[in-house]
Design a protein around this ligand. Structure first.
Ligand SMILES: [Zn+2]
Length: 469
């Protein structure tokens, strides 16, 4: 790839190289430098001219539940997102429906530049062949919880019923997933262990999950302090807040990828950073479903590593990493009444090189340096959202990428050395057919939930009748 405005994300900033080039050999990056030097030193079999492009590492969405994508738009603007928004539909969402929704979610994210998916789901076995076909990189976990399968709506504040035989079976699924997919396709797939939250499975089972992960040197992907709902459950059940509980069981360490930390206080955040825990911050999701800004700047201030995630579609309602970058920067500037907080270059690092490090992929992706996998996107520098471009005595490209890009300006994508999107078209999937299939499944699910009276719990039913939706 030659003649690009290249952001390698190497070094402490964004690693800009004017008229830059990337040499790729197989699935990996062989060299990076100025086009003139690279043309002199390398004899490429194929040359991609990137004049007119901004070239960046592929984006990393470190935390997603694509399995509930079919529920897009059913759980925003309300209290008790999980109980009142999600659970009325939960028992009607079959595995087949979930996969149909996931596929649209993955396509949407790829179309906006995501190359690495931190998918955290309960049907990974059925979904991974789709990731394989699309050519995406996935770092997945089975979502392990002990909620009985037929559990419908619950009242807020009511203690969840937990049945660890349910959770044990899901741990077994996670182990099988690991055996089948860890390192599969020349390292494009990897597997973590995914307890859904400290409140959603019993203490012995949580220890078993950690033991299974530690035995395999795998990471643990878990929601932690993800809302007042979780803290209330922990206090009712164990008399402790989530982070104190996890620490007392020896479960805070570098293997933990903690998601959200919405309710974590300053001392808890400090402790997590000290223990080497990584964070995934999901600004859009937590903003919409909780109306809160988690203590991400505090966590970074204590030296913690953080990635960004789009989380879920019932109440985010999109998987677009440009959106997450902008919201991360904006929400934190407002929270701290300080425009200097989370500058554009910093959130771009969270979606690339710093996010990769937090997700345990620091040696593999996230920056364009020799030896890493070739996960690369090209952005159209002629896009109105980026105009005008200044890159002589000062540069305005990174702020405009973060605060202005919509996502459709990404027109080409390479993952693991293979081109998977060209001229804005994903090469290995029929996007329109995937949308049509998901539509059919969503109608089926909603009609079943309606017939069985479950929708009465959702405020959306009332708002629809009142003419607000
Ligand atoms: Zn989540």
């Amino acid at each position: 790839m030659v003649h690009a405005r290249l952001f390698t994300m190497d070094g402490p900033g964004v690693g800009f190289i004017p008229d830059g080039a990337v040499a790729i050999s197989g699935s990996r990056i062989a060299a990076v430098g100025r086009t003139a030097d690279m043309r002199r030193d390398y004899d490429a079999a194929e040359i991609v001219d990137c004049r007119g492009d901004i070239v960046l590492p592929g984006l990393i969405d470190a935390h997603m539940h694509t399995g509930i994508a079919l529920l897009r738009g059913i759980a925003q603007d309300m209290d008790h997102w999980m109980q009142l928004g999600i659970w009325p539909f939960r028992r009607h969402l079959t595995s087949e429906m979930a996969v149909a929704g996931s596929l649209v979610n993955i396509i949407e994210a790829m179309q906006a530049g995501t190359t690495t998916f931190g998918d955290y789901n309960s049907n990974m076995k059925q979904l991974l062949p789709h990731y394989q076909r699309l050519g995406a990189r996935a770092r997945v976990a089975e979502m392990i919880h002990s909620l009985p399968p037929q559990q419908g709506a619950l009242q807020p504040g009511q203690l969840y019923p937990l049945d660890d035989t349910v959770g044990s079976a899901l741990l077994e699924k996670n182990i099988q997933l690991y055996e089948r997919w860890q390192g599969a396709d020349d390292g494009r797939f990897s597997v973590l262990f995914g307890p859904q939250g400290p409140d959603l499975l019993g203490p012995e089972l949580l220890q078993d999950v950690y033991a299974a992960a530690r035995q395999r040197q795998a990471m643990v992907h878990m929601h932690v302090a993800q809302g007042d709902r979780e803290i209330l459950q922990m206090q009712l059940r164990y008399g402790k807040r989530s982070i104190a509980y996890l620490d007392s069981h020896g479960l805070l360490g570098p293997e933990l990828l903690a998601v959200h930390l919405t309710e974590a206080n300053t001392n808890e955040v400090k402790l997590l950073a000290k223990r080497g825990v990584s964070l995934v911050y999901c600004p859009g999701s937590i903003g919409i479903i909780d109306g809160l800004v988690p203590p991400v700047t505090e966590f970074l201030g204590y030296g913690g590593k953080a990635a960004l995630g789009s989380d879920q579609l019932p109440g985010n309602n999109c998987s677009n990493m440009w959106n997450e970058m902008k919201l991360a920067a904006l929400f934190n500037k407002i929270k701290h009444s300080d425009p200097k907080v989370l500058p554009a270059w910093k959130v771009l690092r969270m979606a690339t090189v710093d996010g990769a490090a937090a997700l345990g992929l620091g040696g593999e992706v996230g920056s364009l340096v020799p030896g890493k996998y070739a996960d690369i996107i090209r952005v159209d520098a002629q896009a109105t959202a980026l105009s005008p471009i200044l890159d002589e005595s000062l540069r305005n490209i990174v702020p405009n990428l973060v605060y202005s890009l919509r996502g459709h300006e990404v027109h080409w994508m390479m993952i693991h050395g293979s081109v998977v999107m060209a001229e804005r078209r994903l090469l290995h999937v029929d996007a329109a057919a995937a949308v049509a299939a998901a539509q059919k499944k969503a109608e089926e699910m909603a009609s079943k939930a309606h017939q069985e009276g479950d929708l009465d719990a959702s405020p959306l039913k009332r708002w629809t009748e009142q003419g607000f939706l």
